[in-house]
Design a protein around this ligand. Structure first.
Ligand code: PAF
Length: 279
């Protein structure tokens, strides 16, 4: 039995948060879909330095998966996740059911613009609407003071920051640095889908990303070179390899103060994401 609090309902979760807040404690939230790896654990460690109590939510959110995507096969390992969390600075786990989050008759959606346009939305037009909806629910359900999101999903982080600013939500959004395997591959719950041959090719993603990020050629030239290098390395499809404005995720222009290189490339059915600050 875990010694950390495990809550299945919003009511139970809120009761624990209310008790913490009555004691004047600052609450932090790490939203996850489970299948926890070292990247998630680093988010817990980072937020624990900025909160007195840490909640980890585990919920595989159906509204961010399209009908043809991997919702039914997405890795689920709650017992292993809870055991892993026991060794961290987690105080409570919020692991609601789909019926708790989306009860019969649920009819509300979040509409997005700005950083949600393009990139991931080209391939997955449903995705950020689902993410924004569930994050908005988690933030209001837990009434957290601070929440953290990994920079690996950079566009997701920018969409959430924009939503929180636009809706004046009283929560601080922290960014967690990308955690990497020894060969540079960004940690992801979906890396388990890679076979041995694909796993070797996958290590080239970060190498090519760094070339793109530091390429002094024009953005168009650098992007074309990165795409070519990915295909030559053995990636089966390149969804995008591009340089964007780091805040708006639009094409860089005279107002751009920082640039970001972003790549999504596929090995078979598996999409691998990575990104880095760019010159
Ligand atoms: O990044 C994720 O794991 C998910 O998109 C999130 C933020 C937990 C929402 O389901």
């Amino acid at each position: 039995m875990p010694s950390l609090g495990l809550h299945r309902t919003v009511e139970d979760m809120r009761a624990e948060v209310a008790a913490w807040k009555a004691d004047g404690l600052r609450v932090g939230l790490v939203p996850t879909m489970g299948a926890l790896h070292a990247g998630h654990l680093s988010l817990i460690e980072a937020i624990s330095k900025n909160a007195d109590k840490v909640i980890v939510s585990i919920f595989v959110n159906p509204t961010q998966f399209a009908a043809h995507e991997d919702l039914s096969t997405y890795p689920r390992q709650e017992a292993a996740d809870l055991a892993a969390l026991e060794t961290t600075k987690t105080d409570a786990v919020f692991a609601p059911t789909a019926a708790e989050m989306y009860p019969e008759g649920f009819s509300t959606a979040v509409t997005l613009d700005g950083p949600a346009l393009g990139l991931e939305s080209e391939e997955r037009p449903h995705f950020f609407g689902g993410v924004a909806l569930i994050v908005l629910k988690l933030l209001t359900q837990t009434q957290t003071d601070v929440a953290i999101f990994g920079e690996k999903d950079y566009q997701q982080l920018m969409v959430i920051r924009r939503m929180v600013a636009d809706l004046n939500l009283p929560v601080e959004i922290m960014a967690g640095a990308i955690m990497r395997e020894a060969d540079g591959l960004a940690m992801s719950s979906r890396n388990v889908y890679l076979d041995a041959e694909q796993r070797k090719i996958a290590a080239q993603l970060n190498v090519i990303l760094q070339q793109l990020a530091n390429n002094p050629a024009s953005a168009a030239q650098a992007e074309a070179e990165a795409k070519q290098a990915l295909l030559e390395a053995g990636f089966t499809k390149v969804d995008y390899a591009c340089i964007r404005d780091a805040q708006t995720l639009g094409v860089p222009d005279a107002k751009t103060v920082a640039r970001r290189a972003l790549i999504v490339a596929r090995l078979g059915e598996t999409r691998l994401l990575d990104n880095s600050p760019a010159i």
